[in-house]
Design a protein around this ligand. Structure first.
Ligand code: DGJ
Length: 686
């Protein structure tokens, strides 16, 4: 039978006739009216011809193509002992999904394809050992065909404080693959692996993207074969997962998205889908995080003025970062000892939390539960609980706790459960500051997921922020268990603009933290205007990370005005459609968000550097209803935006009224912004 899934303009067609493994005949654009006869004709007519000097039958790349059948490309499924022939047990509907069952030697493989209402394709894979002896799973990836016109790759690299640097290339024949070995996503996480028609951009081009919803090692690739067929593969990177008789391995879901409206088209499917299942927790509170404000300088006296200033500017949550627990005087010790440091906090955290709540703020607390310092009571008492022993290479002077050890897992659960039971903690910032540097890290990731699930079940109202030396663990596997990501350790708005732009393709803005830092960024040493820092943090889950107790009244007023603006626009920013422009000038970056009913939009016109021409490119406001008129005005965040010309364009003073069709075209004259500055515009339908 030929199976056909369709949603929101996307088709998935699987030819499961016969005894051979099924073939994905098409994944992409919806192909119009397709009755059974048309599906059959399509599947038959698209069968490849026999290439010169090749096997003697037409070769179709199945969902599990085997070398022994003629597939000399990268294997999607590798199981040892190796079996030469695959049996198609059957394919049928499983609710709205298509489920395929295959047997490869003693391994029983199940592949499940589901299409969400937004057109997001989810591919789940499982393998069960039906034999009498161990088998080893080396790969269980999803393999999907893409047309040969999809020949340009966009994936991501990066480094600490510089996550999600885009890289584009046009590979020739062969495999372009990204295999990660960090035991977490890593700062160079390929993230959303996208292939498309050459030159695709934010608002144009046809694109096919995959993401492995998993917080450990991954393999993603594009293979362009000399037979003309191209495939993308994605899955957990396995070092060899051993299955005893009767055991099952369930691979992390591969999320696959197609759009013919460029990268914004991907977000237009992904964001509503993520919002349909991620934890809804109400408006995202303005968060003051103490890290860059005080580092390890903790005391009630030091923090009280910060709490007062936070309340004064309208912050809604204060997160006490690293430095509060037993013996933690710097970053070289004490991880694992999750009790309050009695020398710094003789009466526990109660007095601080009381001040925070009296000031009307929620309280959050930093933890790093998967880690252990060699210099800690925990490591001294239980050296056998360490995944990386004390004499193994350390990273930020720390080691990894083996969460697959039941007693270690229980210790962490009990310590966190005790803190959450004793104190009114609204949120945990859950950090993870090193790569694991061990083979077989999947067990650790699964144990982490069990830990997060158990804590959430025990404390359902506690929010969790996933942080990993900034944004080294941002993925849709952990997003099922957390409410926020710390996007990057850099609060430098110039670096942030880029990081946020690319991270935001996959992750909706309300799940990404962005803080207003000091004038001179701690990570880069670069200075930025207040207006630029405010405008940059406004578009995500906004917060502050600076010792604002040192600011004068006028400066505090600016922050207070900004938190008000954030509150006014947060429903729009956190529930709308992300839009980004493809600008030719590398110094210019434009982005925004439009409400689902397209009655309003908030946009940023950002000068990353000096513009390439004497007068900058006009402003474009994409995504509005082309048939409606909008009044566009400057959105004043409270601090002056610096320009380098005598007179701003006349329309800026009182705004302008124009149809959405005109605004999208890029006609509004822009002011000549100083490098490192952003102009915000609010458009409202009249
Ligand atoms: C790394 C995080 O990314 C920072 O925000 C901060 O929490 C430090 N760890 C604390 O050690």
């Amino acid at each position: 039978m030929i199976h056909h899934l369709r949603a929101a303009g996307v088709d998935l067609i699987i030819d499961a006739r016969g005894t051979a493994a099924p073939v994905v005949v098409h994944w992409g654009r919806a192909l119009g009216d397709l009755d059974t006869a048309a599906l059959t004709a399509l599947a038959d007519a698209s069968a490849p011809a026999i290439a010169p000097s090749s096997i003697d039958h037409p070769f179709r790349v199945s969902v599990v193509p085997l070398l022994t059948e003629g597939w000399t490309g990268r294997p999607a499924v590798e199981i040892s002992p190796h079996a030469a022939a695959l049996r198609h047990i059957g394919t049928g509907r499983d609710g709205d999904a298509v489920l395929t069952m295959l047997a490869l030697g003693d391994a029983r493989i199940e592949l499940r394809y589901a299409l969400s209402p937004e057109g997001v394709l989810l591919v789940d894979r499982r393998v069960r050992n039906d034999g009498p002896a161990d088998i080893e799973v080396r790969a269980l990836a999803a393999l999907l065909p893409v047309p040969s016109r999809a020949r340009e790759v966009l994936d991501f690299t990066g480094r600490w404080a510089g996550e999600r640097e885009p890289q584009r290339l046009r590979p020739g024949h062969g495999v372009w693959a990204r295999d990660t070995r960090h035991g977490r996503g890593g700062h160079d996480d390929p993230f959303l692996f996208t292939v498309g028609t050459p030159g695709f951009g934010f608002r144009h081009g046809e694109v096919w993207a995959t993401h492995v919803a998993w917080s450990g090692d991954r393999s993603v690739w594009l293979e362009r074969s000399d037979l003309g067929a191209s495939v993308v593969g994605a899955g957990e990177r396995l070092d060899g997962h051993v299955l005893a008789p009767g055991e099952t391995y369930a691979a992390p879901t591969v999320v696959a998205v197609w759009s013919d409206e460029g990268l914004d088209g991907l977000s237009a499917r992904l964001h509503p889908w993520v919002r349909s299942w991620a934890t809804p927790r109400g408006p995202r509170p303005v968060t003051l995080n103490t890290w860059e404000a005080v580092y390890f300088d903790h005391s009630l006296e030091r923090l009280t003025p910060l709490v007062e200033a936070a309340a004064r500017v309208g912050a809604e949550r204060l997160v006490l970062d690293d430095g509060w627990f037993h013996g933690r005087t710097d970053d070289r010790r004490a991880l694992g000892d999750w009790t309050v440091d009695e020398r710094v906090w003789p009466d526990g955290l109660g007095p601080l939390i009381s001040r925070v709540s009296e000031a009307g703020l929620q309280f959050g607390l930093w933890v790093e539960p998967e880690m252990v310092s060699a210099d800690s009571d925990l490591a001294r008492a239980h050296p056998d609980w360490m995944l990386t022993p004390a004499d193994a290479v350390s990273w930020r002077w720390q080691h990894v706790l083996d969460l697959t050890h039941p007693d270690a897992w229980r210790h962490v659960f009990d310590s966190l459960d005790a803190l959450l039971t004793q104190y009114p903690i609204a949120a945990l910032k859950w950090d993870h500051n090193r790569d694991l540097l061990v083979p077989h890290s999947g067990g650790q990731v699964r144990a982490l997921y069990r830990l997060l699930d158990a804590l959430r079940a025990a404390h359902p109202d506690v929010e969790i922020e996933s942080c990993a030396s900034g944004g080294a663990r941002i993925d849709l596997g952990i997003l099922r268990r957390v409410d926020r990501f710390w996007t990057s350790d850099t609060n430098d708005p110039l670096a942030r603009q880029r990081i946020q732009r690319w991270t935001g393709i996959l992750i909706p803005p309300e799940f990404l933290g962005s803080h207003v830092g000091d004038e001179r960024a701690h990570t880069t040493g670069r200075t930025a205007s207040m207006a630029f820092r405010l405008a940059t943090a406004l578009f995500l889950h906004a917060g502050i990370e600076s010792d604002i107790s040192r600011l004068d009244d006028a400066q505090l007023d600016v922050l207070a005005r900004w938190t008000e603006v954030y509150r006014t626009h947060r429903a729009l920013v956190h529930g709308g459609t992300a839009v980004r422009s493809d600008d030719a000038d590398p110094a210019l970056l434009q982005h925004g968000v439009v409400s689902p009913d397209r009655t309003e939009g908030l946009f940023a016109y950002v000068a990353l550097d000096r513009f390439e021409a004497a007068l900058p490119s006009p402003i474009s406001l994409p995504g509005l209803d082309p048939l409606r008129r909008y009044r566009v005005r400057v959105c004043d965040v409270g601090a002056p935006v610096r320009t380098v010309q005598d007179a701003d364009p006349a329309w800026l003073a009182n705004g302008v009224e124009l149809p959405g069709s005109v605004l999208a075209e890029g006609v509004l004259t822009a002011p000549l912004l100083a490098p490192g500055e952003a102009l915000l515009l609010h458009a409202v339908a009249v």
